[in-house]
Design a protein around this ligand. Sequence first.
Ligand code: WQD
Length: 343
Amino acid sequence: MSKKTVLVSGGAGFIGSHVTVELIAAGYDVVVADNFSNCDHTCFEGVKKITGREDLPLEVVDFCDAAATDALFAKYPIDAVIHFAAFKAVGESVAEPVKYYKNNLTSFLNVLETAQKRGGCNVLFSSSATVYGEPEKVPVTEQTPRQPATSPYGNTKTMCEDILRDTVKANGGKIKGILLRYFNPIGAHPSALIGELPRGVPNNLVPYITQTAIGKRECLNIFGNDYPTPDGTCQRDFIDIVDLAKAHVYAVTRMVEGKMKQDCEVFNVGTGRPLSVMELVNAFEKVNGVKLNYKFAPRRAGDITAIWADPTLAETEMGWKATRTIEETLKAAWAWECHLAGK
Ligand code: WQD
C-alpha cells in the first residue's frame, strides 16, 4: 500500500509533536502545520531529532485563515487530518470566551469546509473528557452522557464534537470522523527531546510539579484536600503522552484502512486507573528521589472531584491500551524538565 499522508494541525505542540513521532514510526508521511501562537520550535526540532527526519514538512499556518487552510490541502495529498490546533487553557477561556470560540471553532470549521470542498477526508478530532463534566458514575464510558461544559474551552470541545458528527452525517460517508476523548495527558517522550512546554505559569498539575522540583516555582499548591475521595484530593486518569500518541496511530489506521463501523466514532483515551493528586505527588517524589515543596490550598473553581475512563472500547475496537506505568511517566516528565534546565 502506498504511504498515507497525515496532516497534523497544531503539530508543534505537546500532543501534536508526540503524535507526529508515532505516526512517522508507523510509516506515515506527516505534514506538521502550526501557527506557533502557543508554542515555540523546541518540540518540532525535537521531533526531527527523534525521527531523523530533518526534511519533515512544516507549514506555518493559522487555520483561522480559510484560504491558507485550503492551500494546504491543495499542496499535499492529505489522507487524514488530526486536528489539535486550538487554545486550551481553561481559566483563560473563562476570561476571554470570544477569543476561544473564535479560534477553536473557526479553525475546525475551516478544516471541515476544505475537506468537504475537496471531496472528503478522514478527520480525527482532539476531544477531551471535559465533555463529561462531573460524571454521576465513574469510570465513564463513551455512552456516559455529556454534561454542560464548565468553561468556554470545554464548550468548544463539545461543540466541535457535534460539528464533526453533523458534517459526517451530511457528507454521506465521504468524511469519516473519530473523536478521541483524552483524560489527563502527562509525561514526555523517553528521549527527553519533546515534552510539555506551558507558556508562563503552568495550569496543569504535572508541569507545575516538575517546575517546582527544579526550582522554577516556589511551592506546589494542592487545590483542595477536602474532597469526598480516599485521601481528600481530586482523582484523575493520568495518561502517558506516548500511550496517548499511539492511540492516534491506531485511530488513523482504522480510518485509512476502512475498518470503521460507523462514519463517526468516539473513543475514551485513558488508562482506566484513577490516581489522586496526592498519590501522584508521592509517586513523583519516590520515583525521582526528590522532595517536593507543596501545601494544601483552597479548592480551585471549576475542578471536579473525580473522573477516570473505562477504556474498554478502544481496546476491543482498535486493539489500543495504555501500557506505561505512572512511574515511567513521571520519570520521563522529570527528565524533560531537567533537559529544559540544561541538566
Ligand atoms: C488536575 C488536578 C487540580 C494544578 C484540564 C482540562 C482538560 C485537559 C487537562 C487541557 C486537579 C490539581 C492542578 C496545580 C493542583 N485539557 N492541581 N495544583 O483540570 O483535570 O484538566 O487539563 O489541557 O480538558 O480540563 O487538569 O492538571 O489542571 O488538574 O492541585 O497547581 O490537579 O485541582 O484536581 P484538569 P489539571
